[in-house]
Design a protein around this ligand. Structure first.
Ligand code: DCP
Ligand code: CA
Ligand code: CA
Length: 350
């Protein structure tokens, strides 16, 4: 405690305004389609001028025209946004606090041991530096855990800074809609609505064994989050030696068969490199990135050092099934092994 969550405002569109200042002040939409054929694609994001017309992420481009007939349009340029993103992440990292990058435009920072007052001043400085040295605006939420910091950030958008400490947490979350909790999608929300639960406070007042019975482990998780007992922590990627490969899937894929095929191909590529460099490994990790640029990472630590393609493939497939949720569309997928031990080293060791 506390944790800060930094999220860039209208990120892709803000990046475009940065290199095309002439786009400022007028609705700007960044989408998946070629500007010449906007009959098929979707809105990836838009600036706040466009949002005032009701335009939002995920909306079909064919519907945008019905809301607003005078807007600028740009096809998304992922490589450019990745580049701006890494500048932002580097700047944040330079403060020296443990940090976890949550997505292309979002990072959680562990300010453990620092007072809320000081956390506010550190974060206000981060905002200023991102504005001055990169030229972009962000919003920062500060709270007791990652989940609540994200909720504080959402509530303060755009260009905001909001502190929700222990004493104000319950009041802050209880009248928020249940969909603000991570893990509650439209389906779970509809089921909860049907039993009269629409606000986070309603979950906190519900019977936990009923929630467990009807929703399984998700029910337990949301009960803990709703009662202020969330435990999400900032997880830093230690700079350990690892070997990994990843691929971008053009247009994304929701097919588990296709994703399994990708995992097998990646496992084989990773294995070739592991073999070439001569390592055993103890950790296997799978990363998937969804259409919202959120990364889902699953790791497994094996009970012994392994050294085969089969071990990478089998564990990576299990991790893929753990990482994926129904309906999730994946645009990037990766396989990695870590906790490496050189084969040569082992020979001299024994
Ligand atoms: N994105 C996307 N498709 C979506 C949602 C998001 O391609 N359905 C991309 C474009 C966004 C970026 O991810 O700019 C970050 O997503 P956010 O949810 O953080 O949204 P924005 O940064 O665009 O806006 P906000 O100011 O609300 O954070
Ligand atoms: Ca954002
Ligand atoms: Ca984000």
């Amino acid at each position: 405690m506390p944790v800060a969550l930094v999220d860039m405002d209208y990120f892709f569109a803000a990046c475009e305004e940065l290199r095309h200042p002439e786009f400022k002040g007028k609705p700007l939409v960044v989408g998946t389609a070629n500007p010449k054929d906007r009959s098929r694609g979707v809105v990836q994001t838009c600036n706040y001028e466009a949002r005032s017309f009701g335009i939002h992420s995920g909306m079909a481009l064919s519907d945008v025209m019905k809301l607003c007939n005078d807007y600028n349009y740009v096809e998304a340029d992922d490589a450019y946004y990745e580049d701006v993103s890494s500048q932002i992440m580097q700047l944040l990292k330079s403060y020296g606090y443990p940090m976890e990058q949550m997505s292309i435009d979002e990072a959680a920072i562990d300010l453990d041991g620092i007072s809320y007052e000081e956390a506010r001043s550190i974060c206000s400085n981060m905002k200023l530096e991102i504005k001055n040295s990169i030229g972009l605006k962000c919003t920062i939420g500060i709270s007791t855990t990652k989940t609540y910091a994200k909720m504080a950030c959402d509530a303060a958008k755009p260009d905001g800074l909001l502190v929700v400490d222990n004493s104000s947490l319950m009041e802050f979350i209880s009248d928020k809609p249940i969909t603000k909790l991570p893990g509650i999608g439209p389906k779970t929300a509809a089921k909860l609505n049907a039993i009269g639960i629409s606000k986070i406070g309603d979950i906190a007042r519900a019977n936990p064994s009923m929630l467990l019975g009807s929703f399984g482990s998700v029910g337990m998780e949301i009960y803990l989050m709703a009662t202020g007992k969330d435990n999400s922590k900032v997880i830093t990627k230690s700079e350990v030696l690892s070997i990994g490969r990843e691929r971008t899937i053009a247009g994304g894929s929701a097919s588990i068969m296709e994703l399994e095929k990708q995992i097998k191909a990646l496992a084989s590529e990773v294995w070739k490199e592991v073999e070439r460099q001569g390592y055993f490994f103890m950790g296997v990790s799978v990363k998937i990135r969804d259409m919202n640029f959120t990364e889902h990472i699953k790791n497994v630590k094996l009970s012994n050092y392994a050294g085969s393609e089969e071990a990478i493939e089998r564990n990576a497939l299990t991790l893929l099934h753990k990482a994926i949720r129904p309906g999730m569309r994946i645009r990037k997928i990766g396989v990695r092994v870590y906790e490496l031990m050189p084969k040569k080293g082992q020979k001299t060791l024994f």
